[in-house]
Design a protein around this ligand. Structure first.
Ligand code: SF4
Length: 266
């Protein structure tokens, strides 16, 4: 991760394929705001408005896709994008979609990353529903009252018929947070859906239980890095097969150079 920040790369074929599948699914239940953002403020507005529309879809149709969420942990801002929330047994269930090459679930190490990701979403959303992360926290953290939208964007909103009550950045986020915090209570069952990268069809599904102490432990470990208390760690010995697929292997990173056989893996 650190090396990726230091030496960013172009999106890979797999990433492009995965986001194409996401886009297709999103279009099925997503209301886009038909206005092109010019500034950062415009982009935030568009996000909040579309998020609000997604939350309405959850309330009315029992499903929403691509919901952006905000939160914090130990003073750090965290945001993410939940692939899907659906109502199951009167509870809001989080669904994370991943692509796989064939129809099998991924190896346990990759699956663990997916579990951490979906549990983190569950925690962030849980904080919003329990009032631990509110609109006021968001407003103070992002300073949205000081962020301006462009006149051009505001004019477009009026032209396409956005109602007066939804105008203004602070306003739309307040409305969005109110809607988010009133969704049906969260399920502790989390669904990871694996889709075939080739045809976009569902390959397999894995249901896991939310484990608060597990995700808190993972976050505490991650914070050690972000707080500067430890260096970034290389993969462990049992996971060093991953180095075969890493673009930094034997270049910027030589930690496991001596002990990795080409073509290894689990
Ligand atoms: S080569 Fe291996 S240890 Fe080094 S950054 Fe890549 S995956 Fe991590």
């Amino acid at each position: 991760m650190e090396l990726n920040y230091l030496k960013p790369s172009q999106p890979t074929k797999e990433m492009v394929g995965g986001s194409r599948i996401h886009e297709k699914l999103k279009e099925a239940v997503y209301t886009k705001l038909d206005a092109e953002p010019v500034t950062y403020g415009d982009m935030l507005y568009k996000q909040a408005y579309e998020n609000y529309m997604s939350l309405l879809s959850l309330r009315e149709k029992g499903i929403c896709r691509e919901l952006k969420i905000y939160g914090s942990f130990n003073g750090y801002r965290i945001s993410g994008q939940i692939d899907e929330i659906r109502i199951e047994d009167n509870k809001s269930m989080i669904v994370e979609r991943k692509t796989v090459k064939d129809n099998k679930a991924p190896n346990p190490y990759t699956a663990l990353l997916h579990q951490i990701q979906i549990m983190l979403y569950r925690k962030l959303l849980g904080d919003i529903l329990e009032g631990l992360y509110t609109f006021d926290n968001f407003r103070n953290s992002y300073g949205i009252e000081k962020i301006r939208m462009s006149d051009q964007f505001a004019l477009t909103l009026a032209t396409i018929g956005v109602k007066e009550e939804f105008m203004g950045l602070t306003n739309i986020f307040r409305i969005m947070f109110r809607e988010a915090s009133s969704m049906q209570r969260l399920s502790d069952r989390l669904l990871i859906s694996y889709m075939n990268r080739g045809d976009g069809k569902e390959a397999t599904e894995v249901l896991i239980d939310y484990d608060r102490s597990f995700i808190d432990g993972k976050l505490a470990y991650a914070m050690g890095y972000w707080n500067g208390e430890r260096e970034a760690s290389p993969v462990t010995e049992e996971e060093k097969w991953k180095c075969n697929f890493c673009r930094f292997f034997r270049n910027e990173c030589t930690v496991w150079s001596a002990g990795v056989s080409v073509g290894g893996g689990v």
